[in-house]
Design a protein around this ligand. Sequence first.
Ligand SMILES: Nc1ncnc2c1ncn2[C@@H]1O[C@H](COP(=O)(O)OP(=O)(O)O)[C@@H](O)[C@H]1O
Ligand SMILES: [Mg+2]
Length: 361
Amino acid sequence: MNLEIEDIKSLKDQIEELVREKEKLSAVLSNLKEGIVVADPSDKILVVNEAASEFLNISTSELLRHSLRDFLEEDLKFFFAPLIQEKEISAQTVVQHENRILSFRAFFPKNQEGSLIAKGLVLRDITESQRVEELRKVFVANASHELRSPAAGLQALLDAFEVGGLENLESRTKFITMMSREVSRLNAIIQDLLDLSEMEREKEFAKEPLDIVKLFREWLSFYETRIKEKDLHLIINFYEERISLTASLTDIERLFRNLIENALKYSPTGGDLEIGLKVEKNQVLGWIKDSGIGIPEEHLSRIFERFYRVDKSRSRALGGTGLGLSIAKHAVERHGGKIWAESVENHGSTFYFTFPLIQSE
Ligand SMILES: Nc1ncnc2c1ncn2[C@@H]1O[C@H](COP(=O)(O)OP(=O)(O)O)[C@@H](O)[C@H]1O
Ligand SMILES: [Mg+2]
């Protein structure tokens, strides 16, 4: 009698242990980013986690009620048929499913005697990494293309030099001027690429207390001549005497330089150029407004992309690299701020940016 009670007790303990193990397993599985489906050798589905249910777009309870063979319609066949046929699939297998790119693997654990214990499927969402990889390829292609054009220009000038460009002083000076322009272009592209890669790589960067009003006034004085040359009417709209924030000086300078250079480049002579700074809701709001050529609506959402230009040849002729705004965007966003543009074609553009006054560490 006693023994029986002991047995029942131990059985109860074992069951509780099993339940606890199952709970542990299901907690682990539900936290996995990978989707997991496990079926028994006769294809009855035994284990499914939330990720798998989401990827396959079928509820876990629905899956758990069925056999793999009940889901052989359309694209689900792609995942389940190899399991039914016990066909090993490596993780390299990639498939587009429900607007996602999934990689999947099918595996078949066996016991020591070599008979099948279960059938397993692991699904991984690789949409983001594929997108990043795609962007990286496009970026490398664009960068090479941009570098090739001044390099080819230099080569052509050097070739011409060899053929007889050295003969008289006037053509020699002309050649040297043209060559130096190509070298400047190369340098500008390389410098912008270095800035971009530095900002993308360095998650931690140096910040210091600074007064953005003072800095903007100081930097504006460097542009005085160019503003006069273009006969632009400068409007300074600083709402405060000083605005202190903790930020990277280099980044603020990158932002200012790129925005002001664009405003100057893309404005005809005789317009307005407004620079503003104010404090609004725990942040600095700044703007640089020009009355230049403007940006057509359909391009507005893309100008912050790397190498994106409304008019490629115009930008190149003005010494642009197509990277300025993406540098400005990085500089602002890595401080937790935002940057955006409003523009009316042929009337002008305003670039706005914000910096939080309280930096999150
Ligand atoms: N103030 C502006 N007015 C009109 N167009 C602008 C202005 N700023 C930027 N753009 C457009 O956005 C594109 C991207 O700017 P940016 O990244 O600075 O490259 P770029 O080297 O060509 O200046 C420019 O080529 C131009 O077409
Ligand atoms: Mg620019």
